[in-house]
Design a protein around this ligand. Structure first.
Ligand code: NOJ
Length: 560
């Protein structure tokens, strides 16, 4: 498909904005300190009230919910014990159906997190599989005999630290887990496992969900001979998992067959989306294969270019340019700044020397995310400028899943980026009304300043900047679908790029510093431009291009 035919077949997941909700900390309706589905329902109008001209609603098009299935919550939902039910923590299946209906009524699509590389060790499948060597589900997980000396079957590691193999007494065998020992990996080589998962996928599609985010979608398949992974020559990553070449436990050809099969299921329903956490060594080049040779795998593979970039225009642009180059014809990119596994971008980026202006960074980052060619994915609270809570006392940490060892730095707790959404300046930031209840994670202490209620009233808030950008994007064919072209090949202080279709041209200028000099004439002809969104120019105004920029200026302009 060429770019032009793409224009004729806009899909909601290409042109819309996706918003990730971490249900445990988004909104608590029953006052027990933990977020729930009724809480999300109450906040849907904030996300999109269905009025395209709303001044109080963010205007996003889809929500992706981190897992809500029944789970012992060892990995906070990424350890499912019943795929067909909702965790009591969040509510009931009826609550979910209500959430779906209420979302759809407002034009919001609903995407579920599908955790199918592994189950919880308390899933009935694993309980049965681990009970003996000859039960009907004995081959549903990766079971291997110990080495003659009793040691682990091979050198495969867990991403969360330590060996990936845990011994089971009843079977006198080891089982493999890419993540924690409470998250045994399913054996996708077994057709019964596949069918059980595919059936469950159909169940949720029949209910009307609009798509899935596939968790850890590169590690489904494992080598049938369980061969040793070669150790990298320059192996010095603190997380030892990253010191192996994952030849035999990741990204195998069979893995792609599985994603293709899931895609086929999805494609039998109308207008659904398949997103995937590629979870590979994460260069954009590698993740491209997740589109599939015939664009028949993931619609939107997640790649981590912005999360791994420093706050530097040259670097960010290089990542965008790479993605422009490698995204296959007919495929579509996606971008994000934050998610529940990494520090929020304002916490990652404020430490750089030029980054003293936090609002400026937040506005610039918002503008980049919402004006590049690809689907933007927001993480709850990002639109408020929320930062990580770095003061969580050790006894209140909820992310206890990583294995700590003296010899190895396991990944840090991810709780800092998972603290309660800051709704207002009342108790618990309005996240939970329970007076004597402690929220699941402590609220960030900046909540009296950084919260929805306050930012709604402030025309210059980062919330309002996001809201305007989303609206402008929605109303601009060039921003939704147009080509991307940089005007500065070696950006140092600024980014300047153009998004363009046959009928519309939009110019984005971002100043990363206090520097005012900016010879725009070098880059683009002087013409009349209409201000679409800007943190210094008046929206709607027709201007000639400025020859200097304001410090940290962010302007999105449409050619008249
Ligand atoms: C990736 C998820 O994003 C992360 O939160 C989780 O711990 C692992 N997969 C395991 O499911």
């Amino acid at each position: 498909m060429t770019r032009d035919t793409q224009l004729n077949s806009e899909k909601w997941w290409q042109t819309g904005v996706i918003y990730q909700i971490y249900p445990l900390t988004f909104a608590d309706a029953n006052g027990d300190g933990v977020g729930d589905l009724q809480g999300i329902i109450k906040k849907l109008d904030y996300l999109n009230d269905g009025n395209p001209n709303s001044e109080t609603s963010l205007g996003i098009d889809a929500i992706w919910l981190s897992p809500i299935n029944r789970s012992p919550m060892v990995d906070n939902g990424y350890d499912v014990s019943d795929y067909y039910d909702i965790s009591d923590t969040f509510g009931t299946l009826e609550d979910f159906e209500m959430l779906l209906a209420e979302s759809h009524q407002r034009g919001i699509r609903v995407i579920l997190d599908l955790v199918i590389n592994h189950t919880s060790n308390r899933h009935s499948w694993f309980l049965e599989s681990s009970s003996s060597r000859d039960n009907p589900k004995s081959d549903w997980y990766h079971w291997q005999d110990p080495e003659p000396d009793g040691g682990v079957p091979n050198n495969w590691l867990s991403y969360f630290g330590g060996t990936g193999w845990t011994f089971n007494e009843a079977r006198k065998q080891y089982y493999y887990h890419t993540f924690n020992k409470n998250q045994p990996d399913l054996n996708w080589g077994n057709p019964e496992v596949k069918e059980a998962i595919f059936q469950m996928i159909r169940f949720w599609l029949d209910k009307g969900v609009d798509g899935f985010r596939l968790d850890a979608s590169s590690v489904y398949s494992k080598d049938k001979y369980y061969r040793y992974n070669p150790v990298k020559f320059d192996a010095n990553d603190n997380n030892k998992y990253n010191n192996l070449h994952h030849l035999y436990d990741k990204n195998l050809p069979e893995n792609h067959h599985i994603i293709r099969e899931i895609r086929k299921i999805i494609d039998r329903y109308q207008d659904r989306v398949l997103i995937g956490e590629t979870f590979i060594d994460s260069t954009i080049y590698e993740s491209v294969i997740f589109y599939g040779i015939n664009n028949d795998e993931l619609h939107l593979p997640f790649t981590f270019e912005f999360p791994f970039s420093p706050w530097y225009p040259g670097y960010l642009q290089q990542e965008i340019a790479k993605k422009e180059l490698v995204t296959p014809s007919g495929a579509w990119a996606s971008y994000f700044l934050d998610n529940h596994d990494i520090p929020r971008h304002l916490s990652r980026w404020v430490e750089c020397s030029l980054c003293t202006n936090q609002l400026g960074i937040a506005q610039a980052a918002a503008a980049i995310l919402l004006t590049v060619r690809g689907t933007p994915i927001l993480y709850y609270g990002q639109e408020l400028g929320m930062v990580d809570n770095q003061d969580i006392p050790p006894e209140k940490i909820q992310d206890k899943i990583v294995v700590r060892s003296e010899t190895e730095d396991s990944p840090e707790s991810r709780d800092g980026a998972r603290t309660p959404m800051q709704w207002n300046d009342s108790v618990n930031a309005g996240f939970s009304f329970g007076k004597d209840i402690e929220p699941w994670l402590p609220v960030h202490k900046n909540y009296p300043e950084v919260n929805v209620a306050k930012e709604l009233k402030d025309r210059d808030s980062i919330f309002n900047f996001y809201r305007q950008l989303i609206k402008v994007r929605k109303n601009s064919e060039a921003l939704r679908l147009g080509s991307w072209k940089t005007l500065i090949h070696y950006p140092y202080e600024h980014l300047a790029y153009v998004r363009e279709t046959t009928d519309e041209k939009v110019l984005i200028i971002i100043n990363f510093s206090y520097e005012k000099d900016f010879e725009i004439d070098e880059y683009i002809a002087r013409e009349n431009w209409q201000v679409l969104v800007s943190n210094v120019l008046e929206a709607g105004k027709i201007i000639d291009l400025p020859s200097t920029l304001q410090p940290f200026e962010v302007s999105v302009l449409r050619k008249e």
